[in-house]
Design a protein around this ligand. Structure first.
Ligand code: BES
Ligand code: MN
Ligand code: MN
Length: 459
């Protein structure tokens, strides 16, 4: 047996304790009250990377949350360099009352570890850290050069990572980048993603009269901002599920027939999804299967809406303002900036007179496609197949990881999106967890991947 793989199984209890410690740091990037915890988490990662033997580890402060960078170049110029990307920030925990255990006191139950960040993305990235440690501990070196970039702002749209990557393109130069921050297609089915959707997240504020008004004395002639907002929201999509914004589909490229057929072969069951989330029907865009709606078609969702009276009983009031948060998932080759302008224009045109509407771009990401024929992807696929005992499945994903498209366009290197999570692990939701079986297999897959990639692409 490969000594690194043996080391992984011998050290398993210790690494669970370490992971528990890592998960106990409430690195919630969006919450200013947790800014200091985010820094503590960056420092924890820094110390840990030093401890496993990474020769160079740095913290780069940004305008908001720090970026941790590490590198090992000891394999020499004849060996490839692999850049590993992950994020150490997590989502907020609300609604906290729905957690059955403390989100920042990880506990193991039924071979799953429960905590905020367990699968997104602390646990998944930790699998790479332990894989590196196992090889360093058993051989004193690594078979390839490694660069690590782990950020604390992914869940808020990576606002400072983009300029860091652009300014440090030379420092980050590598032959491939690997990201484990996604889900497998199902239990026991290892996956590599071939595409991610992008994102456009807007806040729409509608302001009407200078104060709340009596809805009897004023209702009728006065435009109600909450009604006006609801009309705007309702006008964004038509009854067949298509987004009605003028020009929205201009840059959408259809997936090939071959790719659409490959989705069919995945044996995806909408019934399983409906049962999991307890709904009686799905109702997406006409003419596309649920997987196509998730992976190759854009979507538009209201994430939250605020306004007026929502207390106990009834209060007759015409509210003075209203606000909505709207997200759109984008597909190749839509661009986030372009979509913002089209939607802004549409919303302003749709707005009733007598109210003022503001559209704010909160964050976004461009969609990305990942070719499957790179040496890196092929090496990863082989490693996953050896570890899981079944062939790796290639598919797309509906979520977004903003920096992936930037790595593609700025660093110009192939990406490997090898997620170890499962969709059902409650990411961004109460009782987030990570199946430890996939943590173990993730570490083993990473060890095998580094070796295969080092061998296959010796320069
Ligand atoms: N890891 C997720 C993205 C993801 C989840 C990819 C599942 C594939 C499968 C990431 O942390 C995330 O939540 N991204 C955000 C984007 C961001 C700009 C807030 C998303 O997709 O909502
Ligand atoms: Mn993530
Ligand atoms: Mn996330």
């Amino acid at each position: 047996m490969n000594p690194a793989l043996k080391w992984l199984s011998d050290s398993y209890e210790t690494m669970l304790l370490e992971l528990t410690e890592y998960l106990s740091i409430p690195s919630i990037s969006t919450d200013p009250l947790h800014a200091n915890d985010v820094v503590l988490c960056a420092e924890w990662i820094e110390a840990h990377l030093k401890k496993i033997g990474m020769p160079l580890v740095e913290i780069h402060p940004t305008d908001r949350h720090p970026i941790v960078y590490a590198e090992f170049t000891g394999a020499g110029p004849k060996k490839p360099t692999l850049l590993l990307y992950g994020h150490y920030d997590v989502q907020p925990v609300d609604p906290i009352e729905l957690w059955t255990t403390d989100p920042f006191k990880a506990i193991v139950r039924d071979d799953k570890i429960f905590a905020r960040g367990a699968t997104d993305d602390k646990g998944q990235f930790f699998a790479h850290i332990k894989a590196l440690e196992s090889i360093i501990a058993t051989s004193g070196s690594l078979p390839l050069n490694i660069k690590i970039i782990i950020e604390g702002e992914e869940e808020i749209g990576s606002p400072n990572l983009f300029s860091f990557v652009r300014a440090n393109a030379e420092k980050l130069s590598a032959d491939a980048v690997a990201v484990s921050d996604s889900s497998m297609i199902g239990p026991g089915k290892p996956s590599i993603l071939t595409g991610l959707r992008g994102l456009c997240y807007l806040q729409v504020t509608v302001v009407g009269p200078n104060r709340d008004l009596h809805s009897g004395s004023y209702g009728g002639p006065v435009v109600n901002p909450l009604n006006a907002l609801c009309s705007i929201v309702a006008s964004l999509k038509d009854s067949s599920g298509r987004i009605a914004v003028t020009g929205f589909y201009d840059d959408v490229t259809d997936a090939t027939q071959e790719e659409r057929e490959s989705f069919e072969k995945l044996g995806y069951s909408p019934e399983v999804l409906m049962k999991d989330i307890n709904v009686g029907a799905l109702n997406g865009e006409a003419g596309y299967s649920p997987l196509e709606q998730l992976w190759i078609r854009p979507s538009l969702d209201l994430n939250g809406i605020l306004g007026g009276f929502t207390g106990e009983g009834a209060k007759t009031v015409l509210p003075s303002h209203a606000m909505a948060k709207i997200s759109m998932r984008l597909v190749p080759h839509q661009r986030h900036d372009d979509v913002v302008e089209k939607v802004r224009e549409f919303i302003h045109t749709a707005a009733a007179p007598g109210v003022s509407v503001t559209v704010t771009d909160l964050h976004g990401a461009n969609p990305v496609l990942v070719p499957v024929n790179s040496v890196a992807v092929q090496s990863a696929s082989k490693a996953l197949e050896e570890t899981f005992g079944v062939p790796c499945v290639f598919h797309r994903e509906g979520g977004s990881i903003p920096v992936v498209e930037l790595f593609d366009s700025v660093l110009n290197i192939p990406t490997v999106l090898m997620g170890f999570g499962l969709k059902t692990e409650n990411l961004h939701s109460p009782n987030e967890h990570f199946h430890l079986e996939n943590f173990r297999r993730g570490m083993q897959s990473a060890v095998r991947f580094y070796h295969h990639y080092a061998k296959a692409s010796t320069l």
